[in-house]
Ligand binder design. Structure first.
Ligand SMILES: *Cc1c(COP(=O)(O)O)cnc(C)c1O
Length: 407
């Protein structure tokens, strides 16, 4: 028997994320002829509108009707050939799986081990590159925000050591979790390829992924002999829509994409990044209080490396992270992410990326805090600290002009 659940479930998985009504409504349209000039205009608007979202001026963005894994593969097969070596410093489960994909494609993946609690150490990357005197490493591939661990690595620092070592390797960044939550201006930071997906900061349903490709990589792909067709950047550079999408365009996703780009333009990228940082700070202040009870701690050991898109919370060895996650979802209507691979059952993850605002983060934290109480875990309440932070950092735009205060 069906039973009504009042209110709504708060979706705080680190992908998929909450979809704004405007995006959902923009997709609620009839199917159209994808070869019509009207649809072509929408698609062109999207291809152009995406570039500034990556901080890309001279280059191209490619849209795949695929999960992030598709764009992951595209980054390999457009630039690397079987037998090539890639340096992919470990960050957690996502860097590992990306590396395993590279191995399956015949690449040699060199890595630097990591404890899944800290960022990539640029000094390790520099050492590997300096040792590679005959330049067998063709690319440095890194995950910006590692969604399994809640750690964000320093992209400019990695760029600096590549340059300091005088190494010609391309820099390829998986920004699936960081894109549109954390700054990553690819031109300014000297990133050759950025990989993104639709269901995280972009606020779309899952189903699209992206490679943003700078001039050096567009040049390099011409030399790459790896078999490819669907993923091929060169094949997609034609103007005809059928080629641009390598098949029927994912029309409804494109209508949604145009609306998402519009929403982001209205907010402005600087405001968007500031909003994510502020809401993430609220979450971190709250988790810091919870942690005083001794049952929980941040997975990311260094405060400055904690991601703005999600917070990963580690539970004491004898506790069951999945029970917390299940209870939060089924009893308190807050859906969080679970632990992955080595962190299975050791952590749960609160996403705060995309279309979220103050009451949503407070609601999510409130549901999790109630869960801690419900399960009888020791914690100190963090909701007050989060609310106080939001009060202190809210924009002062609505104050009356006459200087009155509300006290
Ligand atoms: C979500 C995510 C992926 C995988 O994306 P899919 O769309 O599930 O294929 C890869 N890398 C990172 C960092 C992610 O957060």
């Amino acid at each position: 028997m069906k039973s009504h659940r009042p209110g709504r479930q708060f979706l705080h998985t680190p992908g998929p994320t909450h979809i704004p009504d405007r995006v959902q409504n923009a997709m609620h349209v009839k199917a159209v002829d994808f070869a019509s000039p009207e649809f072509m205009d929408v698609a062109v608007e999207c291809f152009e509108g995406l570039k500034p979202l990556f901080g890309l001026k001279e280059g191209e963005v490619f849209i795949y009707t695929a999960s992030g894994h598709g764009a992951w593969e595209a980054a390999f097969v457009n630039l690397l050939e079987p037998g090539d070596t890639v340096l992919m410093p470990e960050t957690g489960r996502f860097s590992r799986v990306w590396g395993e994909m590279g191995e399956a494609l015949g690449l040699k993946i060199e890595t630097v081990e990591n404890d899944w609690r800290t960022a990539i150490d640029p000094a390790d990357v520099e050492e590997k590159l300096r040792a590679d005197t005959d330049h067998t490493i063709k690319a440095v591939m890194m995950v910006h925000t590692e969604t399994a661990t809640g750690v964000t690595s320093d992209v400019p620092a990695v760029r600096r050591v590549i340059d300091a070592a005088g190494h010609p390797a391309l820099l390829i960044v998986d920004a699936i979790a960081s894109w549109l939550t954390t700054e990553l201006p690819m031109d300014d930071w000297g990133v050759d390829v950025v990989v993104g997906a639709s269901q995280k900061g972009l606020m779309l349903p899952p189903g699209l992924s992206f490679t943003a490709v700078g001039p050096k990589a567009l040049e390099a792909t011409k030399e790459c002999k790896t078999f490819r067709e669907y993923w091929s950047w060169s094949a997609r550079l034609g103007f005809e829509q059928y080629r641009r999408f390598c098949g029927t365009a994912p029309e409804h996703m494109i209508f949604g994409l145009r609306e998402a780009i519009e929403i982001i333009d209205e907010e402005g990228l600087d405001n968007l990044f500031a909003r994510h940082a502020r809401l993430a700070d609220a979450a971190r202040l709250c988790v810091g209080e919870w942690a005083k009870g001794g049952a929980l701690e941040f997975n990311a050991l260094r405060p400055e490396e904690r991601a703005n898109g999600l917070t990963v919370i580690r539970v004491r060895e004898d506790l069951d992270a999945e029970e917390i996650r299940r209870t939060a979802r089924d009893m308190f209507d807050v859906a969080c992410g679970g632990g992955l691979a080595l962190l299975a059952n050791k952590v749960f993850r609160i996403g705060h990326m995309g279309d979220i605002n103050d009451p949503m983060i407070l609601g999510a934290l409130g549901g999790v805090e109630s869960t801690l109480g419900y399960l009888g875990l020791p914690y100190e309440s963090g909701l007050g600290a989060a609310a106080k932070h939001l009060a202190e950092t809210a924009p002062r735009l609505n104050r009356p002009a006459d200087g009155r205060t509300y006290s």
